[in-house]
Write a protein that binds this ligand. Structure first.
Ligand SMILES: [Zn+2]
Length: 63
């Protein structure tokens, strides 16, 4: 079901994520925004603050 984003949508999504990262204080962020170029709906889903926690990191599972 996942469709590849077009370059214009990808750009809009990246731009929006940058705004989220700089302005939003509470996660998760789940939004749908229209692409300014082609008007398609882009789903934005950010469950955790980008870069805050490593993907490898479960502290209870060390060793
Ligand atoms: Zn687009």
């Amino acid at each position: 079901m996942a469709e590849a984003l077009q370059p214009c949508c990808e750009k809009a999504r990246t731009h929006y994520l940058a705004r989220v990262a700089s302005g939003i204080t509470s996660y998760p962020v789940i939004k749908s925004i229209p692409c300014p170029t082609c008007k398609r709906i882009i789903e934005i889903r950010v469950y955790t603050r980008p870069g805050a926690a490593g993907e490898s990191g479960d502290p209870n599972n060390v060793g």
